[in-house]
Design a protein around this ligand. Sequence first.
Ligand SMILES: N[C@@H](CCC(=O)N[C@@H](CS)C(=O)NCC(=O)O)C(=O)O
Length: 282
Amino acid sequence: MSEQTLSEWTPPKVWRNKASGGKFANINRPKSGPTHDKALPIGKHDLQLYSLGTPNGVKVTIMLEELLEAGVSAAEYDAWLINIMEGNQFGSGFVDVNPNSKIPAFMDRSGDTPVRVFESGAILMHLAEKFDMFLPKSGTARAECLSWLFWQMGSAPYLGGGFGHFYAYAPMKIEYCIDRFAMEVKRQLDVLDKQLAQNEYIAGNDMTIADFAIYPWYGGMARGLLYEAGEFLDVKSYKHLQRWTQQLAARPAFRRGQLVNRYWDEKGLKERHAASDFDGLL
Ligand SMILES: N[C@@H](CCC(=O)N[C@@H](CS)C(=O)NCC(=O)O)C(=O)O
């Protein structure tokens, strides 16, 4: 039974927009589409990323840095900053690339016709198929990798939009919401812990796009970097998740990828246009 007393609120017949408070209240709105005209910059590489150094953004930069680490020079990229707190995701050029107005958004300009890709999972798959790396071609291994990739897409909103929002960003601490989402996130951490007890990487013996997708959210949580909730969720108790997290955290490409578009950190990069941009940072 809840320890908290909440005053009752009866929803009106039809919902109306009003100030709700909370960290993202000033950028939230109930309509899609652009709020202003703004073309996106285009750099010198074929691959153009429009993003921010959040868990969803660094999935893509980790993968691009792993491709470069493996010697795939065609994976060179420009990463432009989209500051979502300033509403850059509602500029007309960005909305043309992602009608959903969320980072990361990506343009592949390597062919005759530029290809837009939005949703981090779709970007990871596009890169994996383009360079034939980090996604098994067929059979059980491919099914396993894609199952975990889509597990992440479906699960992380409970971690971020559910638990993180109510634990760290909502204007008041609501016991019911925090309990509900803490329960779900603990269950997810246990799912990963059990999978990683049997497998070196998320989808088996090889590192895949499932690792790139899952690490920024669940590795970040395991390291206690998200929402200052490490102790609250007792993340140290997930031993196999901890082992995998530390293994990936030590990889140079993971370290580089996590610095990209991290404009608020003096050790981060606002934008990334060349490998030399990391000089002196790691
Ligand atoms: N399912 C999307 C989620 C992307 C997402 O939620 N991006 C957030 C930042 S981490 C965003 O751009 N928020 C801006 C907004 O909601 O206006 C993906 O995986 O690409």
